[in-house]
Design a protein around this ligand. Structure first.
Ligand code: THU
Length: 143
């Protein structure tokens, strides 16, 4: 499935919309994530924090867990990640290390290398998951 500019903007819009539901009372750093699948489905997630700070879940992790929990086992084409526009230096937000590994699980299950759209204030960095997480450990190692 090729990803045209319209599909990219729609995915970014879905991630932004998801971020409005972020539960981030401790960091006040609201993140949205949207996963696009090869059948056109989009599954979103937000960060979900906890009074026990270290238990926070990232937006990409929640979206991936939702997808797996709905029975998806691959077909991951692209992922958009958005952060707050009024914080930081405006550079594109990239998935944290744990999220890269979590995303890799779903990607490897279906043999795809999803395009990650990392959204910044003035630009979007497009990078493949395999570039963000080279030589990844995944389900194939355990088969
Ligand atoms: N966060 C995400 O949701 N995704 C990332 O890839 C980076 C960080 C969240 C975790 C925490 O709730 C807040 O951003 C600040 O770190």
């Amino acid at each position: 499935m090729s990803l045209d500019e319209n599909a990219k903007s729609n995915l970014i819009a879905a991630a932004r919309a998801a971020a409005s539901h972020a539960y981030a009372p401790y960091s006040d750093y609201r993140v949205g994530s949207a996963l696009l699948f090869d059948d056109g489905a989009v599954i979103t997630g937000t960060n979900v924090e906890n009074a026990s700070y270290g238990l926070a879940l990232c937006a990409e992790t929640l979206a991936t867990a939702r997808a797996l929990g709905e029975g998806r086992r691959g077909g991951l084409v692209a992922v958009a990640v958005t952060g707050p526009q009024d914080k930081g230096d405006g550079s594109p937000i990239t998935p944290c290390g744990r999220c890269r590994q979590v995303l890799n699980e779903l990607a490897q299950l279906g043999g795809t290398d999803p395009l990650i759209l990392c959204v910044g204030t003035n630009d979007v960095r497009e990078v493949s998951l395999s570039t963000l997480l080279p030589h990844a450990f995944g389900p194939a190692h355990l088969a």
